[in-house]
Design a binder for this molecule. Structure first.
Ligand code: ATP
Ligand code: MG
Length: 716
């Protein structure tokens, strides 16, 4: 079926044809023929890269053009939000107002009422709903992309309750849910009150198989010999693929395995992959544009060989360079961790899964089939490959047979509700009480009726959980009332700040103690870093000594007691991870370089930036609670500390980083060159500023302009 045959506004058809999309893929044809664009709730379950986005975008654009109102497009990750934003903005920006909303959780985001399409994460939308802005009334359509996220233990409940609240508050909003891996679509569609479409059609056929001792075993019984006869199975698969002229994406279970493999293969393959200017430039861009840490140096030295690695320890900019190189075909071999499969759309002709075992704090085990299918689904590039190939590496005959039966022939696990997860349910119950204002148990249950849990298990067991949570929230002062519940101001702020009740309790306790303890920066960093909501680093075997010496040095400044290391082993472990986070953040605001942090604390830039995100938010939240409890002097300290954590700077640089384009490194250089205030920057000449290392002429004049603007803004 041709796009032009669809009964949708002409503008949309023109845009798509201009994009080179003139014919519908079969699942798209099915969806439109059945009436997706006409309205109603829909669940679309079709494989990776089968064009689900187009189904959703056409439907909501039709709604925008014909009805007006706001359409919300929800995704599980920020990286995906940017991807969708770029796509929709470039396609429809001319006749629809497309916006993206990420970051700060404590906001009504009133500006969004001016938009037609808003892209955001599930968490962000949940946080906005907690502020109950008037513009929620204008929502007409909601897209739930990657709806299988509902089966994630920590984040699934957010998605589930977002839907439940939405169905309760705005029952006429229509929902379009998308996923590649749903085994139980009828259950999920029952939850969403949706019709569903489920197909196995793929734009590029996928062959799944297992490699064992020089041969590939496919599910249909076909066995193929692989060229190459070296010891290392992956290297054989690489040689074989390069000979075909294709690209290969290899998934490893840990970061260090991915890095070491890339490093090894870059030496072995040097010269085997065609060199190019792009590769040498990329390597140069990494060295000059990214913090010079060991991990960046390793990546920069791999890339000229056409080999790279990709994992969450890399800073965002470095990951983008790798993704670009792979997409453009210069990087031929990419060693990645499984986070890549969930995040970015980076297909390869051949995908290799190096190991299906995963080690975690709880021990080792085989990964779920769902995770395997997501990695395998990356194989095959539309328009380039005749078919994609996903290959598991087996190390014994027994494994080979077992992997074929269990993974290759297997179906992903059914999607299950995780709403009863005790780590997250209290925060959600509190949010329901805040949204409903004066409500009893019945009111809460009315919303919970709209959850996947209600469909899958009924509400009986969760009733009991809710009862306990209400008791807990009341005892801790988040809510009031015996039969009708109302949030206290503490409860309401906790919910709006999007922190968990258990974190709010720790922060409240720490604020109380500030009246008795002499508070310094470390006390406050430590307080927020040990809360349950902090993104904490893992401990290495050698960390104990460092952590304990810190605790000893700072013992009189701590706002929270150290758990007993023998009686409360788990708490102690978690606490020490928090201490390590605090030490890292402390080094960060003392302007330790990323390279130093990586070498001394074993934390890579990507880890540090994630910690910075969580830490600055918790400092903000603690500051808001300090205002609530009228702990004024601490509020001021927290405010400054938050800016320092956001930028990784000492206090003296605070005025200078207010300038856009000036981060910690440039601010330090300017300061050391004698520019210690906005005034001195505004009055310097462009030439003078440009002579500071790392500040070109263009930036110098921008700095000067911004500095004057900020000064005059502060006077008005
Ligand atoms: N009818 C079409 N003709 C040609 N290309 C198309 C068509 N529909 C979609 N595409 C292209 O296919 C690619 C994959 O589409 P999309 O990202 O929507 O996949 P998806 O089904 O959401 O997969 P995933 O499960 O990985 O998110 C995109 O580059 C898109 O532009
Ligand atoms: Mg998609």
């Amino acid at each position: 079926m041709l796009i032009s045959q669809l009964r949708i506004p002409r503008e949309i058809i023109d845009v798509l044809i201009k994009e080179g999309i003139s014919e519908l893929y079969p699942p798209q044809e099915e969806a439109f023929t059945k009436g997706v664009a006409e309205g109603g709730n829909w669940l679309i379950c079709t494989p990776t890269a089968s064009g689900k986005t187009l189904i959703a975008e056409v439907s909501i654009m039709k709604s925008v053009l014909e009805r007006g109102g706001v359409c919300i497009y929800l995704v599980p990750l920020r990286a995906l939000a940017s991807e969708k934003y770029e796509l929709l903005k470039s396609r429809y920006g001319r006749f629809a107002r497309v916006a993206m909303s990420v970051g700060d959780y404590d906001s009504k985001e009133s500006r969004l009422s001016e938009s037609d399409i808003v892209i955001m994460t599930y968490e962000k939308f949940d946080s906005i709903m907690r502020h109950k802005p008037a513009w929620l009334e204008r929502i007409t359509d909601v897209v739930l992309d990657e709806v299988h996220t509902v089966s994630s233990r920590e984040r699934g409940p957010t998605l589930e309750l977002t839907v439940a609240k939405l169905m309760y508050m705005k029952p006429d909003v229509r929902i379009i849910a998308l996923s590649a891996t749903v085994r139980n679509p009828s259950e999920i569609s029952k939850w969403l009150k949706a019709k569903y479409i489920s197909t196995n059609w793929r734009p590029v056929p996928l062959r799944e198989g297992v490699y064992y001792r020089g041969k590939l075993y496919f599910e249909d019984g076909i066995v193929e010999k692989i060229r190459g006869n070296v010891e290392d199975p992956v290297l054989n698969l690489i040689y074989d693929e390069l000979e075909e002229g294709g690209q290969i994406l290899i998934f490893y279970s840990t970061r260090s395995m991915a890095v070491n493999a890339a490093y090894r293969y870059s030496e072995k393959l040097l010269g085997a992959i065609e060199s190019s200017d792009w590769l040498w430039n990329a390597s140069e861009r990494l060295r000059s544009g990214q913090p010079r840490t060991e991990i960046i140096e390793k990546l920069a030295s791999c890339i000229p060989a056409g080999v790279a690695f990709h994992h969450a320890g890399l800073p965002y900019g470095a990951r983008k360079i790798v993704e670009e190189g792979f997409r453009k075909g210069f990087i031929k071999v990419l060693c990645a961790t499984p986070t890549l499969a969930a995040g970015v759309n980076l297909p390869a002709r051949r995908v290799v899964i190096h190991s299906l075992y995963r080690f975690s704090a709880l021990g080792g085990g085989l990964i779920p089939i769902m995770e395997y299918k997501q990695m395998a689904g990356r194989a095959g590039r539309p328009q380039y490959d005749e078919y994609g190939e996903a290959i598991i590496v087996a190390r014994s005959k027994r494994d080979m047979e077992r992997f074929i039966d269990y993974y290759v022939k297997g179906e992903p696990e059914p999607i299950k509700s995780n709403l009863r997860n005790p780590n997250v349910l209290p925060a959600h119950v509190l949010s329901l009480i805040c949204i409903l204002e004066n409500t009893g148990r019945q009111g809460i249950l009315k919303i919970l009726k709209n959850t996947l849990l209600a469909v899958q298990e009924g509400l009986n067991r969760v009733k009991f959980d809710v009862e306990n949570i209400i008791e807990y929230l009341r005892n801790e002062g988040f809510i009031k009332g015996e039969r009708i519940f109302k949030p206290t101001r503490f409860g309401l702020r906790t919910s709006q700040l999007y922190i968990s009740p258990s974190t709010a309790i720790v922060l409240r306790e720490c604020l109380k103690r500030t009246r008795r303890v002499e508070v310094n920066d470390f006390s406050l960093l430590h307080a927020v870093c040990v809360t349950p909501d902090m993104d904490k680093p893992f401990l290495r075997s050698g960390d104990d000594e460092l952590l304990e010496s810190y605790l000893e040095d700072y013992s009189e400044y701590l706002l929270i007691d150290v758990p007993d290391r023998f009686d409360e082993i788990e708490d102690y472990e978690e606490f020490m991870m928090g201490v390590k986070a605090a030490i890292t953040m402390n080094a960060w605001i003392m302007e330790a370089s990323e390279a130093w942090i990586e070498a001394e604390l074993g934390l890579q830039p990507g880890d540090v930036y994630r910690m910075v995100e969580a830490c600055q938010w918790l400092l903000y939240s603690m500051g808001e609670l300090a205002r609530l409890f009228r702990v004024k002097d601490v509020y001021e300290k927290l405010r400054k500390l938050r800016i320092r954590v956001m930028h990784g700077i000492k206090e003296e640089l605070i005025p200078i980083v207010a300038i856009r384009g000036v981060g910690r490194v440039r601010a330090r250089r300017l300061f050391n060159a004698g520019y210690r205030s906005l005034g001195s920057l505004a009055s310097a000449s462009v030439e003078e500023l440009a002579s500071v290392e790392g500040i070109g002429k263009v930036l110098a004049s921008k700095i000067k302009e911004e500095a004057s603007r900020l000064i005059s803004a502060s006077h008005t």
